[in-house]
Design a binder for this molecule. Sequence first.
Ligand code: F6P
Length: 547
Amino acid sequence: MQNRTSLPSWKKLTSHADEIKQQHMSELFKQDPKRFEKFSIQLAPFLVDYSKNLISDSTMDLLINLAIESDVEAWREKMFNGEKINRTEDRAVLHTALRNRSETPLILEGKDINVDVQLALDKMKKFSDKVRQGLWKGYSGKRITDVVNIGVGGSNLGPQMVTEALKQYSDNSVNVHYVSNVDGTQIANVLRPLNPEKVLFIVSSKTFTTTETMTNAKTAMKWLVSSSFDQSAIAKHFVAVSSNKKNATEFGIDEENIFDMWDWVGGRFSLWSAIGLPIAIDLGFERFIELLEGAYELDQHFCNTPLEENAPVILALLSVWNCTFLGAQSQAILPYDQSLHMLSAYLQQAEMESNGKSVAWDGKSISYSTVPSIWGELGINGQHAFYQYLHQSNNVVPADFIGSVESVTPVQGHHETLMANFFAQTQALMQGVDETQVRADLKAKGRTQDYIDKVAPHKVHKGNRPTNTILMKRISPRSLGSLIALYEHKIFVQGIILQICSFDQWGVELGKGLANNIQEELSTGQLSEQHDSSTTGLINFYQSYTK
Ligand code: F6P
């Protein structure tokens, strides 16, 4: 396997990075009045402006060459065609098949998986319609008013993020809640106001082995049975989404209440499958289909657009540029839209669980820095919390700003204020303000020379901080579907360029295994001698209070 660092484009990018670091974006803007037109892409649901990155025409040419030399297009085809590109788990990666709106068969191991997908969608439609129309009754014959989704990671973040983002599209015929944490506080708080006669639980777990989810599901079952005094109530109040039918039925869920998942859908890419059931129940099945259609439109853009105009490809290349070549360690996700308040949490899993790795496809250590840590917050809240750091710390944090032209909840006078900040921040991060300007401004305000000398250095903003701006027309099921797919494909391309196995997650296993052992020790009170002195000391301290 040819190491990426030996590619001609990689070598050129390394020396080009040293050169461009000497430049300032504000100068690049002055030199090229067409910079915005050149470095932005307009798609139906949003505009992607990447002109406020430390890039020139040569940078983009080299980055596109890197994509070409990394065979991004061939890998893209392999993914869409169902080749087993998840090499460590020997699986295809076909979340795109879940939202495929074309009629072309997709054969996997001799079977057209479009047929399975359609059957699963039909089942979701029937079920969600029934629940929404009040035809699915609880054990005492009452209609379901509340749905509680129990799941964690990919079995929670996607559907919950979408439910939150599309709240304005819900007719509230059913209330949807999410329980992901094994901390009993969460499930206790969710269940407290609910009436067991009217609650439906969705146990979402691809593997149906995740301890936290199983613990929450058992608690929910106990809560239901202690109200109904009848085990048979479970069939009316519990459904599961899983690829592990055996475990789900052993757990007590009726086989006909199990919604299928397949091993070719990764957990963090699964909201398009029956894992999206709470979305369909909340918004109605037609809206869920609109979400899929939005994602499909972006899939089409990804598959059919030349690399240099391909939004996910460009975003992936810029991430590689900023992190691997220019040294950024983290990336902020900053939505200026209340609906997207869970986006950064969602993208944290999507990107960090996919590409937060340090071994290449061939099992050898990767010498270059891979992906950034992803973090973020709603823009305005962030401005009053950590933007100080974004503007003036010594660490450069590339950021994605995501806003909407039209608010889904127009309240007079609010949106302009929000968007004025949205536009101002990327300008400020790019331009900065130098000491000469700071001094001139202070002088114009009539400040004394002593004051100016004291304060001026603190007011300097170096600028030159990279941002992408994604300006959505409006948040809707369709545009949100496209936005999520944009990031999914960005993550895929990043993984290809960095030669990372994006679709496994071995890094979560070690801690899980140790937790299982420790849980055993906590319940028996017998500590093994395997622990280090810190872990032993902590457990002993804990047990001295719980005994
Ligand atoms: O955190 C590890 C992980 O395996 C994620 O990849 C996954 O989304 C989550 O746990 C939940 O897994 P499951 O759906 O199998 O319960």
